[in-house]
Design a binder for this molecule. Structure first.
Ligand SMILES: [Zn+2]
Length: 696
């Protein structure tokens, strides 16, 4: 009897056996990644509160993978996985900062470029800036995010999805019938949740869902020609997200610390001409995307890639045996010195390797509430062994050899304290487990909220309390440094930035900030001593080279400063601020024509560069063109309402021109933004002016 049943099943499978995949070497490829999008936020994934009509229509005419997993929970490493088809163990990008995608690693862009495709990328957040190395292979890498001159540890510069989509659609339109590969990254669902209307009003209680609806609507110009026009017949579309969002689950408010399903489970939809729609329940992975694209285009599979083509599943075949998906969340280990999180999902059990280990039976316990680790020692042992086998291929979290030399130089300069740097610790206890530290993350978030509401003193008090609870957090020290600088307390800012560099000596962000504050605090010589060895020894970083240039400027070493700024420009040619720095230098050496050209170039690259407007305003004022000056300053202060120097220039010039009424709001803005410790004299003058007397 059993044999008969088996035979019938086999025959049934043969009868239902789908057609071959209609491979097509000339297909165009559109890869859409939506940052921070939970799988269960789409109506096609079962959400009943959210309307996502465009993504749903894509799902209805494509293959929806109900159980797709990411391998990282932050943006840059996850996109490196999606684009390369490799685990972070291999491509070695482990966090958003301090890592660069390797020059010898193939990606969809390099592979399709080699095939003669037109290749274009359109990204919406600084985290995917070309400087991090994912731009290789793209003819066009459009990463201009607004207002890089207002970068802070609190907010990643980004642009809205509608703008990114407009640029991508235009580029696709221009391709005509040529095959293209377009990578389009939208950032809207990322915190802070500030969706436009009507989406915001529809989700007052859960503003995240407003962003999800907004990003769905933003996709219309990209998806309409696919779903309604002829483009759908010659384009393979892949839609996924880099990671989800916790929304308070397991105590995590956003993403980046844990690797529960809230952030690891992602949507994945493939739409291929000639493949009918289907919902696949078998688990799949981000690293399977590249093999699937290559398969669809009848290209050779990648050598030594861990992923597999998903088309047999998409065409109805049964899943192969031996599924496994590696994942990690290393940011809080690298930035704050917490225990590193790594894990493995075998299609049923999910193992999270931490000082307090966790195992969940996902089909039984999808919300991960019953930890089986203590109850099932055999299972724990088996999962640990599987993870160890996967990790045997790890090329390391540490940076290259050249950085060892840099570390030695920093040690000689006294920058590496007695306490071992966080990232070199190799034994972690329960106290380092992120589950025991998630409270601190919530508190760190309160610091950000206070800062964004303009309550800098409160933010500093909260930040200091957090550091009392757990002092060795490089990232939290960096935030404190930024806050102290905003309050005008440079010595305190320098002390906090120094502590951050001690804890994480090779972090370009910390080095650049400390260097900049030393220069600002009248100690440019120390800044050069700090940054010069780094620039000589290690892989060059735009921010570090720029900070070195600014220190050279302060020392009057104009030629060396220019050398540094030119290097920075080569590292990131599309960066508007690079031209602002070169322009400022030209202005200092009296070359007003070169300065003007540089500032205009900066505005061409990014019309929202406040600093370029401010300096063009100063130049116009010096040359007596007051209306033009006022026009630039107004733009600068609209773009950056906290730039007190611009506000002062604008207000006092309007005042002198007899336009006191217009000046007053800007004077008041100045009083709000100016740090008392640096601006006490002008603050007093402005107060008197607003009280009725004329300004001298
Ligand atoms: Zn992301």
């Amino acid at each position: 009897m059993a044999a008969v049943v088996l035979l019938v099943t086999v025959l049934g499978l043969v009868a239902m056996r789908p057609r071959e995949l209609p491979r097509n070497p000339g297909l165009s490829v559109l890869l859409i990644s939506i940052d921070t999008l939970r799988a269960d936020a789409l109506s096609s994934y079962g959400n009943t509160k959210v309307r996502t009509p465009w993504m749903d229509r894509l799902a209805k005419t494509g293959v929806l993978f109900a159980q797709a997993h990411a391998h990282n929970v932050v943006t840059l490493p996850s996109h490196a996985n999606i684009l390369s088809g490799q685990y972070p163990l291999t491509h070695t990008v482990r966090d958003n900062t301090g890592f660069r995608f390797p020059k010898d690693q193939e990606t969809l862009a390099t592979l399709l470029k080699a095939r003669g495709y037109d290749t274009g990328a359109f990204v919406s957040a600084f985290v995917l800036d070309s400087r991090f190395g994912l731009d290789r292979g793209f003819d066009l890498y459009d990463d201009s995010t607004a207002a890089l001159d207002q970068q802070s540890p609190f907010k990643v510069p980004d642009r809205v999805g509608t703008e990114t989509v407009a640029r991508a659609s235009r580029w696709i339109e221009e391709r005509g019938d040529r095959p293209f590969f377009a990578f389009v990254h939208l950032y809207d669902p990322h915190f802070p949740y500030q969706a436009p209307e009507p989406f915001a009003s529809r989700h007052r209680e859960e503003p995240y869902y407003g962003e999800v609806e907004a990003v769905d609507a933003a996709l219309e110009p990209l998806l309409k020609p696919i779903l309604e026009g002829s483009r759908g017949d010659r384009t393979l579309v892949i839609l996924t997200s880099d990671h989800g969002e916790s929304l308070g689950e397991h105590g995590e408010s956003t993403h980046g610390i844990f690797a529960y399903e809230a952030t690891l489970h992602v949507p994945l939809i493939l739409r291929m001409p000639g493949v009918s729609s289907r919902e696949v329940q078998a688990p799949v992975r981000h690293i399977d995307i590249v093999p699937s694209v290559l398969d669809a285009l009848a290209m050779k599979p990648l050598k030594e890639a861990p992923g597999v083509s998903l088309w047999s599943l998409a065409l109805g075949a049964r899943p192969a045996e031996g599924f496994s998906s590696y994942f990690e969340a290393l940011s809080s280990s690298l930035n704050q010195g917490w225990a590193p999180l790594r894990g493995l999902f075998d299609g049923r059990h999910k193992y999270i390797d931490l000082p307090l280990p966790e195992i969940y039976d996902l089909p039984e316990d999808p919300r991960e509430t019953k930890n089986l680790a203590a109850r099932e020692p055999e299972l724990l042992h088996r999962m640990r062994a599987s993870l160890a086998r996967e990790r045997a291929r790890d090329r390391g979290v540490k940076r290259g050899e050249e950085d060892t030399a840099t570390l030695e130089r920093l040690r000689a300069l006294g920058y590496i304290a007695a306490a071992a740097p966080a990232e070199q610790k190799d034994v972690y206890g329960e106290g380092d487990d992120p589950k025991n530290l998630i409270e601190i993350d919530t508190r760190n978030r309160a610091v950000v909220t206070a800062f964004m509401q303009g309550q800098i003193d409160d933010a500093i008090t909260l930040a200091r309390e957090n550091l009392r609870l757990r002092p060795n957090m490089a990232g939290a020290n960096l935030q404190l440094a930024y806050l102290e600088r905003a309050r005008g307390n440079l010595p305190a800012a320098i002390a906090a930035a120094r502590r951050s560099v001690e804890l994480k000596p090779l972090d370009p962000e910390g080095l650049a900030l400390l260097g900049a504050y030393l220069t600002e605090g009248g100690r440019p010589r120390e800044a050069v001593a700090l940054l010069d060895p780094y620039v000589k020894a290690a892989a060059l970083d735009y921010d570090v080279v720029t900070a070195l240039g600014l220190a050279r400027v302060a020392l009057g070493q104009i030629a060396l400063a220019r050398e540094a700024f030119e290097t920075a420009r080569r590292l990131d040619p599309g960066n508007a601020m690079g031209f602002v720095n070169l322009g400022t230098l030209s202005l200092m050496s009296g070359d007003r024509v070169a300065a003007l050209a540089a500032f205009l170039r900066a505005l061409e690259l990014d019309p929202k560069t406040a600093k370029a407007h401010n300096t063009l305003g100063v130049m116009a004022a010096q040359e007596g063109r007051m209306d033009e000056a006022i026009d630039h300053w107004r733009k600068a202060s609209d773009l950056n309402p906290r730039d007190y120097q611009t506000l002062f220039n604008l207000a006092s010039t309007l005042d002198r021109m007899g336009r006191g009424g217009e000046a007053e709001p800007y004077f008041r803005g100045y009083l709000k933004a100016a740090p008392p410790a640096l601006e006490s004299r002008d603050i007093e003058r402005v107060r008197r002016r607003l009280a009725g007397s004329a300004i001298q």
